[in-house]
Design a protein around this ligand. Structure first.
Ligand SMILES: Nc1ncnc2c1ncn2[C@@H]1O[C@H](COP(=O)(O)OP(=O)(O)O)[C@@H](O)[C@H]1O
Ligand SMILES: [Mg+2]
Length: 365
């Protein structure tokens, strides 16, 4: 859904140049994104990104924009102009504009001649994901991550995801617990290991870093001329975390040989080839700054992010499909099954995954 006239009114709040028009832009699913066109006094035209922030997903807009301002201001000090997002202030100097209907708007400098691709189509795309998100972490390695707000509280707190699972089993709202005993047993058998990353952060063995938490290919702008990752975008979920959160989630979705909701489980595997492709890109930029403990945590992250995701799908299935949008009955259960299949496969391949990380880390250190 888009609302061009509300966007046009909001566009007037950003910058003092003559506003021309706004149109829906891009394929984001969380915020409403527009391109807003302006004309300068000398006649040249340009566009900005204008977004209506999804206030339902992100209730704390002040905290959210403080995170984004903090991180992008910092990046601007160390990288080139097209390598970071730039927040355009509203007329009152704030990082967003609150319209009379209660909608929050923000604007960014439009990074031209670069494209956000929707789908990983070849190994090189996945490699680029690794390079870009590894570099993003590297550039922010010295940023005071503990100052960032948690825009989605407990996002990768795997133990708290387990608490939600226990509650859903106990409530058995949809009367489905009996049917999924095997999946419940699979999850519970792994509960003890679920806390390794959060515990590592709590006891200081894993540094608190800036993590992106939405590490999809379409959140990277790829330069049209060079084909290289130009800028990491979509910083709404930038939060304090462990580097293995981002690494792990990338492996979860990108190294799987099948879709997240594939029903033929024989097609679902964690490809060691794809694991290597991503780890190669990621470590080419991240290996130099990662601690030994962080390097060791990457494979745990892959397994844990996948387990956590499966646990969330199972929880939602037990609760009657209230959180994730479903397109068929059992959709959440199908998703849970692919994730658990991947977890089992990662457990079987753990030694190989660790060997790959070790080999590639040595290559780039
Ligand atoms: N600064 C920017 N310059 C150019 N394009 C951008 C910029 N920011 C966002 N986009 C485009 O808008 C799309 C949606 O933006 P994004 O912040 O990812 O929204 P969502 O949170 O809804 O995914 C991106 O996939 C990209 O195509
Ligand atoms: Mg996005």
């Amino acid at each position: 859904m888009s609302d061009i006239s509300a966007a046009a009114r909001a566009a007037l709040q950003f910058g003092s140049d003559e506003f021309l028009y706004a149109e829906p832009y891009g394929e984001g699913h969380i915020n409403e994104t527009y391109a807003a066109y302006y004309r300068k006094a000398d006649g040249t035209e340009y566009r900005n990104i204008l977004q209506k922030i999804n206030n339902y997903v992100f209730p704390d807009v002040d905290g959210l924009m403080e995170n984004i301002k903090g991180v992008t201001d910092y990046l601007r000090g160390i990288v080139g102009e097209r390598e970071t997002m730039t927040v355009i202030p509203a007329a009152d100097g704030k990082a967003y504009y609150l319209d009379p209907d209660g909608n929050y708007w923000r604007s960014y400098v439009f990074i031209e001649n670069a494209t956000a691709y929707q789908k990983i189509e070849k190994d090189e795309d996945f490699f680029t994901c690794g390079v870009s998100f590894g570099r993003f972490q590297q550039q922010l390695a010295d940023y005071p991550a503990h100052l960032l707000h948690e825009t989605i509280v407990n996002f990768h707190n795997t133990p708290s995801r387990y608490e939600a699972l226990h509650a859903a089993i106990a409530a058995d709202k949809a009367g489905r617990a009996a049917e999924v005993q095997e999946q419940i047993a699979f999850a519970l058998a792994r509960e003890e290991s679920a806390g390794v990353l959060v515990q590592g952060m709590a006891n200081g063995t894993l540094p608190c870093r800036v993590t992106h938490n939405d590490t999809k290919l379409n959140n990277i702008l790829i330069d049209d001329a060079t084909g290289k990752g130009q800028c990491v975008i979509d910083l709404d979920t930038v939060m304090p975390g462990a580097v293995a959160f981002d690494f792990g989630d990338c492996i979860r979705f990108g190294a799987s040989t099948a879709a997240e909701d594939e029903t033929d489980l024989s097609k679902v595997e964690m490809s060691l080839h794809l694991f290597r492709v991503f780890a190669d890109g990621y470590l080419s930029t991240a290996a130099p700054f990662l601690t030994e403990a962080e390097l060791d945590s990457l494979v745990d992250g892959a397994r844990l992010m996948t387990l956590e995701c499966g646990v969330r799908f199972l929880t939602d299935y037990l609760s009657g499909d209230v959180y994730f949008r479903i397109h068929r009955p059992r959709h959440n259960l199908d998703r849970c099954l692919t994730q658990f299949k991947l977890v089992a496969d990662m457990e079987a391949k753990e030694a190989e995954m660790r060997a790959i990380v070790k080999e590639l880390a040595a290559k780039y250190r």
